[in-house]
Write a new protein. Structure first.
Length: 557
C-alpha cells in the first residue's frame, strides 16, 4: 500500500485489496471510501470485495465512483457528506489516489483557501494545480484552452494503443504523440487462458507500462474523464485539459462483474473463478488440479465479449487435464452459453464438436448466468430459448468458470463519440469516426462487427496509422480493415483449432493448409500460440513491426 496523508482526518491511496484491510485498520483508519468504478482494470478487485472485508474488520465503507465524465457537483457533495458522516480517520482510494484527492480538494473549496488546498495535496504527492480553476470558479471546468496539446492523442495503452502509436512513429517519426493511460502494468491477456490451463506463469503475461511506451511518445499517466470533440480536447481526472489535432480512442472493454448477483462476493473462492482476471486465472488451474469428481460449469454471457472463444477454451483445457489424470469419468462438464451456437463461424464447429464429445460436455444454449451463491455452490440461469418464455433455473456446481457480461467503459458510453449502444461509432473499413473526422478508434471499444481479439487490434493498428498519415497529407483513406480476427481454440494441451475469419464469417487463413489447417486441431497451431505469439506480441506488434499485418488498400468503388 502507498497511503498518503492529506490531513489528520483524510488520507488517500491507489487501489487497495481485501488483504490490505487488516493493515489499514492497524494504522487507525475507521472508514474507507472507494472512488474507483468497478471494472476499470483487469487486476482490480470490486468494491463489494473491499466492503465485505472492511465490514468484517469493523470499518465502514462508502462507494462514490467517479466514472463517465468530469467530477460533478453531486460527486463533490457526496464526498463531503461522507467525510462528515463517516467515523475518521478516512482512507479514500481510486486507481492512483488522484480522484480521491480531487474530490477532497473540491469539497474543501468553501472552507479552505486554494493555496491551503494545493499545499496539503502537494505534500501528499498530488498536484492539484489542474483543478485550481474549478476551485476558484465554483466547480465549472473551463475547456476554452488546453493545458497541453499534441498532434495525436491516444486514449488507452493496451494492445491497440501501443501498437498504433508504434505504427505511427514508424511511418512519421516527427509526430508529437501522447498516450493517456493510468495503468502501471500492461497485460498480455491472451495468455491468461494458458495460465488457467497450467501452461503459462501469470508473471509472463505482465510487463511494466513504462517499458512498452514507444520512444518519443509522451505518456500521460492519468485516466480520461470526458471528451469534448467539438473543441478537440480530452478532459482528464483532476480536470486537466489535453488538446489534439487527431484523436485515437482505444481504452478497451469493461468487465461488468456486478451484473451477476452475488458473483463479486465469491470470486476467487468457493470454486468460482475466471480466466478474465489476472489474479484469478491461477485459481482456475488450482481448482482443475484439485477436482476429482462433481459438476464443473463454464459460462458464456451475451455478446459482445472480448475473445469470444475464451469461455470454451477454459472448458477444453480443463477437460483435457481431467482426461489425462483419469478424473474425467467422474466429472460432469456443462457449457452454459447465453448464445445459441458453439462458435459463430460454422467452419470451425465440427472440429470443436469432436472435443465436446471427447470430454462428454453438455452444451446448454440460451443459458445466461444471472446469480451465484458461492457458499451454497448454487447458480441461477435465465433460459431464454426462442419463442419460449424465459425460465430461471437453479444449478448446483462444484467448480464454475465465469465470464462476466461486458460493455464499453462508462466514460465512453456517455461520450459524444458513442453510438446508441455505447460503442465508439466508426466506419468499419477505415475505422474513422462517422461524425468527427479527426477521430479514429480500434480495439475492443469500437462498434465494427468484428471479433474483439488482440489479433484484430494487430491488424487494425496499421490501418489506422496509414489513414492518419494520409489524412495529415490531405489525402483520403488509403487502407481498410477487413474484419480479421483470430481465435486459437485450445482444444487440448498440445493442439489448437486456429480460427481466422473476417467480416461476415469469411475465412481468412494466415498460412497454407499444409502448414496449418485451421479447421482441424494441429500441433503447429499450438506451437504458434505457446511459443511464437507471445514474443510476436511483445517484440513485433507493440514495436511497430507489422509482421503479417499489412493493411488492405482501399479500392475505388
Amino acid at each position: 500500500m502507498d497511503i498518503k496523508k492529506i490531513t489528520p482526518q483524510i488520507s488517500v491511496s491507489p487501489q487497495i485489496t481485501a488483504a490490505d484491510i487488516a493493515e489499514i485498520k492497524a494504522q487507525g483508519f475507521r472508514s474507507v471510501i472507494c472512488n474507483r468504478p468497478d471494472g476499470e482494470g483487469a487486476d482490480q478487485p470490486t468494491f463489494d470485495e473491499i466492503r465485505i472485508a472492511a465490514e468484517a474488520a469493523g470499518l465502514e465503507a462508502r462507494y462514490i465512483p467517479i466514472a463517465g465524465g468530469i467530477v460533478s457537483d453531486g460527486d463533490v457533495a457526496a464526498f463531503g457528506a461522507a467525510l462528515h458522516d463517516l467515523p475518521g480517520p478516512v482512507l479514500g482510494y481510486c486507481r492512483t489516489g488522484t480522484r480521491s484527492t480531487t474530490l477532497w480538494s473540491l469539497s474543501q473549496a468553501k472552507t479552505l483557501t486554494p493555496a491551503a488546498i494545493l499545499a496539503a495535496a502537494k505534500q501528499a504527492g498530488y498536484d492539484m494545480s489542474g483543478v485550481v480553476r474549478r476551485i476558484v470558479n465554483g466547480g465549472k471546468t473551463p475547456t476554452d484552452h488546453a493545458d497541453a496539446s499534441y498532434d495525436i492523442v491516444i486514449v488507452g495503452a493496451g494492445a491497440a494503443g501501443i501498437a498504433v502509436a508504434s505504427s505511427l512513429k514508424s511511418r512519421k517519426p516527427g509526430l508529437d504523440i501522447a498516450i493517456i493511460d493510468p495503468a502501471d502494468i500492461h497485460y498480455y491477456q491472451p495468455g491468461w487462458t494458458m495460465v488457467g490451463g497450467g501452461i503459462f506463469d501469470p508473471q509472463s503475461t505482465a510487463k511494466t507500462m513504462g517499458s512498452l511506451i514507444p520512444k518519443g511518445v509522451t505518456w500521460i499517466k492519468s485516466a480520461v474523464a470526458a471528451f469534448e470533440p467539438k473543441t478537440n480536447t480530452v478532459i482528464l481526472d483532476g480536470c486537466r485539459v489535453v488538446g489534439y489535432k487527431r484523436l485515437i480512442v482505444c481504452p478497451g472493454i469493461k468487465l461488468d462483474w456486478n451484473r451477476i448477483e452475488g458473483l463479486v462476493d465469491t470470486l476467487g473462492r468457493n470454486g468460482v473463478t475466471s480466466n478474465y482476471r489476472y489474479d484469478l486465472a491461477p485459481y482456475t488451474w488450482e481448482l482443475v488440479k484439485g477436482m476429482k469428481q462433481g459438476r464443473a460449469i463454464f459460462t458464456q454471457p451475451p455478446m459482445p465479449i472480448k475473445c469470444a472463444g475464451a469461455p470454451q477454451k477454459a472448458m477444453y483445457l480443463s477437460g483435457d487435464a481431467w482426461f489425462r489424470n483419469g478424473a474425467l469419468k467422474n466429472i460432469e462438464i456443462n457449457f452454459n452459453n447465453a448464445g445459441g451456437v458453439l462458435f459463430g463461424v460454422k467452419t470451425y464447429v465440427p472440429a470443436l464438436e469432436e472435443y465436446v464429445k471427447k470430454y462428454n460436455a453438455h452444451l446448454n444454449f440460451f443459458h445466461n448466468l444471472v446469480a451465484v451463491d458461492g457458499p451454497a455452490k448454487k447458480a441461477w440461469f435465465d433460459v431464454a430459448k426462442p419463442d419460449t418464455p424465459v425460465q430461471r433455473i437453479e444449478v448446483e456446481f462444484d467448480m464454475m468458470h465465469v465470464v462476466p457480461p461486458q460493455t464499453a467503459p462508462d466514460f465512453i458510453r456517455v461520450s459524444p463519440l458513442a453510438d446508441a449502444a455505447g460503442w465508439i461509432d466508426v466506419d468499419q473499413a477505415t475505422l474513422r469516426h462517422k461524425t468527427y473526422d479527426n477521430v479514429w478508434s480500434l480495439g475492443d471499444v469500437m462498434n465494427a462487427p468484428n471479433a474483439k481479439t488482440a489479433a484484430a487490434a494487430r491488424m487494425q493498428a496499421p490501418v489506422v496509422a496509414d489513414n492518419i498519415v494520409a489524412d495529415i497529407a490531405g489525402k483520403s483513406a488509403v487502407s481498410q480493415y477487413n474484419g480479421y480476427g483470430s481465435c486459437p481454440l485450445t482444444v487440448e494441451r498440445g493442439k489448437i483449432v486456429l480460427a481466422e475469419f473476417g467480416y461476415g464469417g469469411a475465412i481468412l487463413p494466415s498460412f497454407p493448409k499444409w502448414i496449418i489447417d485451421g479447421t482441424k486441431p494441429t500441433r503447429a497451431a499450438w506451437l504458434l500460440k505457446e511459443r511464437l505469439l507471445p514474443p510476436i506480441y511483445w517484440n513485433a506488434m507493440l514495436r511497430g513491426r507489422e509482421w503479417m499485418a499489412k493493411p488492405t488498400p482501399v479500392t475505388a468503388s
